[in-house]
Design a protein around this ligand. Structure first.
Ligand SMILES: [Zn+2]
Length: 67
């Protein structure tokens, strides 16, 4: 028996909505060795907004820090 996900491969792993903008993506919190998710553009946008806010809260500006 197939899971809902297997029958609907175009479903975002994070918001469970049908999407044509899915890209395999890792959760920033889980790092480079975390599991890959198929994530829609909306959720990725939300995640990067969130990450930006957290950086601002810590006193970083918009530039990526490449130490
Ligand atoms: Zn989504």
């Amino acid at each position: 028996m197939k899971t809902y996900k297997q029958c609907n491969p175009d479903i975002c792993d994070w918001c469970n909505k049908l999407s044509t903008t899915l890209i395999s993506h890792r959760d920033l919190d889980e790092g480079f060795f975390g599991p890959e998710y198929m994530v829609c553009a909306g959720c990725r946008r939300k995640e990067s907004d969130q990450a930006e806010r957290e950086l601002e809260d810590m006193g970083f500006d918009d530039d990526w820090y490449c130490g």
